[in-house]
Design a protein around this ligand. Structure first.
Ligand code: G4P
Ligand code: NA
Ligand code: NA
Length: 194
């Protein structure tokens, strides 16, 4: 997605060979107009898949998910990372290992909002090692729902996540794929490359 690549080039800050900071439009301040375009793009890619629900993870997955949900006319369910006072019934949970934080976290969704009738699109802001997406896929499976695919705003192709998810047979649609962050330069993987 050209517009997203331009935004990353202009406003993304390369913090290291591994980490791209996009706090000006995705992870802190949100560019709602860009998110609307992101939503249109995901919706276009999944428009023929009979999606009934979008599942994401708080917090940065919520904005692109809501925009996609408006286009597809479906609800969004976001998995919670922290214990909730009210989220207590029929919990579907998965354990997600964070490489950066080196800790295991439980993510949870209420079974009330996900059923075997659902055809799910999972959306997240970043794909790095793929652990969050795997956790969400596990929750979808626990609900007996089917997973149509995984929509990612920014995939870091030099990390393992994309490979792991695609090898498991998941359909992964990433709107920007980063090949390298070396020498403080963002290099994109073009559509012809793999
Ligand atoms: P990983 O080991 O698979 O890399 O994922 P990890 O769980 O350690 O990621 C921790 C957080 O960092 C996640 O957000 C993830 O989306 C984000 N992340 C991973 N790589 C990058 C990157 O290059 N740039 C940015 N900006 N974020 C990255 P989170 O803690 O779930 O936070 P939230 O923003 O969703 O609230
Ligand atoms: Na994040
Ligand atoms: Na995230």
């Amino acid at each position: 997605m050209k517009q997203l690549q331009e935004k990353i080039k202009n406003e993304g800050k390369v913090l290291s060979n591994q980490v791209l900071k996009v706090d000006s439009f995705l992870n802190h301040q949100i560019d709602a107009f860009l998110m609307r375009e992101v939503g249109k793009e995901f919706a276009d890619r999944f428009k023929n898949d009979g999606i009934t629900k979008i599942v994401t993870l708080e917090s940065s997955g919520i904005a692109p998910s809501v925009m996609t949900a408006l286009e597809l006319n479906v609800p969004v369910v976001f998995a919670r990372k922290r214990k909730s006072l009210t989220l207590t019934d029929q919990l579907l949970t998965a354990s997600v290992y964070s490489f950066t934080k080196q800790e295991e976290n439980t993510i949870a969704v209420s079974g009330e909002h996900l059923s075997s009738e659902d055809r799910v699109l999972v959306i997240d802001d970043f794909l790095a090692n793929g652990q969050a997406a795997l956790g969400l896929a596990e929750i979808v499976e626990q609900a007996g729902a089917s997973l149509a695919g995984i929509g990612i705003v920014i995939e870091k192709s030099f990390q393992e996540g994309g490979k792991i998810l695609r090898e498991k047979g998941f359909r992964v649609e990433s709107l920007a794929r980063i090949k390298s962050l070396e020498k403080h330069v963002v290099q994109f993987l073009e559509e012809t490359e793999e």
